[in-house]
Design a protein around this ligand. Structure first.
Ligand SMILES: *Cc1c(COP(=O)(O)O)cnc(C)c1O
Length: 397
């Protein structure tokens, strides 16, 4: 069965991801780098991305929940993995059996980890998450001493080992982040007083890892930077030396010449101001194209950039190409690396009133992910058997 005609596809450049890891490691310089591959690696494909980042020098993987961690294990990933967001009634046994570190945010979760470890006759590896100002999860400061004492007791009983302490920043302002760093440092000292000896301390995600050296500690948790996107409004991927890894593209499914005044798509949000050509693109909001960008985003077809006109529908949208001749089958790029002349994911985010994280992460299941390898200088050990379309045309094809 060959469905890979480029009808709609997200091309993921694993070489770009490997280069981003190398660049970030050099820039940040911490002893450890956790690659955050939650949510299907921000839409890029958890397994191929995990293999790539590990080969490129990341030594930890981070995911939100245990299910995501177990999927990585099932895919043959044996690197250290941390999962930090849990169902209230989670069964930690499978994670402990498979050597997944548990991010623990409460005494309740600590007991769940210890109970599961006791039942298995194993030691759970946990990392305590401290609340330092984000007010999502994490052990609340008034409970730190009690939770550290409980953890130390479980350690003495051989039920668990506290491998790390971590927290997460709000990025609200430099002074808010400085407060959080101060609180985190107090927590680290208090944990030592309680007899805990975690080998890892970590606080920074991409933004703080790049701009706030004081937040780096022994490890940083890098998500968006792996994928070559900037977490900042005032610096682009290019400014940061990162290469966007995902190109979302499709092929023109129909062309139409319309007369001035013709309405286009549902509700006739747009009417042709003059006689002109339209191209139909087979991606819609089911594929993650934000409906809010109706009339507000642009795509690349051939050598030109053209506006989306009218409502974006579930499966398709229309582009006005004016007097340009486009043909059925021509390639349409929604976003990719702007250095190649195509719109960026950030440009789509601005059009949709959201952030580039959401643009890539929301790409739907109907869009196949097709992988490009790290080419000649492929780090050994990368298994590219997930590659689906070795003979599909390149970005210019
Ligand atoms: C998602 C996430 C990250 C990664 O953040 P980026 O801004 O994508 O680098 C790091 N830490 C935690 C706890 C997260 O939930």
């Amino acid at each position: 069965m060959r469905l890979m005609t480029g009808f709609r596809e997200a091309v993921v450049d694993l070489g770009a991801i490997a280069a981003n890891v190398t660049h970030l490691r050099t820039l940040i310089g911490t002893a450890h780098l956790m690659a955050v591959v939650k949510a299907n690696a921000y839409g890029h494909g958890a397994l191929p991305v995990a293999r790539t980042v590990l080969a490129a020098g990341a030594d930890w993987l981070g995911v939100a929940d245990v299910e995501e961690a177990l999927q990585l294990r099932a895919g043959g990933i044996d690197a250290p993995i941390l999962a930090w967001l849990h169902d209230p009634d989670v069964d930690f046994a499978p994670a402990i059996s498979q050597g997944v570190d548990l991010g623990v945010s409460s005494a309740r979760q600590l007991r769940q980890a210890a109970d599961a470890a006791a039942a298995l006759g194993r030691t759970a590896s946990v990392q305590l998450k401290l609340e330092t100002g984000l007010n999502r999860n994490g052990v609340h400061e008034p409970d730190w001493a009690d939770v550290f004492a409980l953890a130390a007791g479980f350690e003495r009983a051989g039920l668990l080992s506290v491998r790390g302490l971590f927290s997460h920043l709000s990025n609200a302002s430099p002074s808010d982040d400085a407060d959080a760093i101060g609180r985190f440092e107090r927590g680290v000292r208090l944990a030592a007083d309680a007899g805990l000896t975690p080998s890892l301390t970590h606080l920074a995600s991409t933004a703080a890892a790049l701009r706030l050296p004081a937040a780096r500690f022994s490890m940083v948790r890098i998500g968006i930077g792996l994928y070559g996107l900037s977490p900042f409004e005032d610096q682009s991927s290019h400014d940061l030396g990162l290469v966007p890894a995902m190109t979302l593209r499709g092929r023109v499914a129909a062309v139409r010449r319309v007369a001035a005044g013709a309405g286009v798509s549902y509700d006739y949000l747009w009417r042709a101001p003059e006689d002109g050509n339209l191209a139909l693109v087979p991606l819609g909001y089911a594929d993650g194209v934000p409906r809010q960008t109706s009339g507000a985003a642009r795509v690349r077809i051939g050598g030109g950039t053209h506006p989306i006109v009218g409502r974006i529908a579930m499966d398709q949208f229309v582009v006005s190409v004016g007097q340009v001749d486009v043909a059925v089958g021509d390639q349409v790029v929604l976003f990719g690396d702007p250095a190649t002349g195509v719109p960026s994911a950030t440009e789509w985010a601005d059009a949709a009133g959201t952030i580039n994280y959401e643009i890539v992460t929301r790409i739907g299941n109907r869009v196949p992910r097709n992988y490009r390898g790290p080419e000649q200088d492929a780090p050994s050990g990368i298994d590219l058997t997930v590659t689906q379309a070795p003979d599909a045309p390149g970005p210019e094809g």
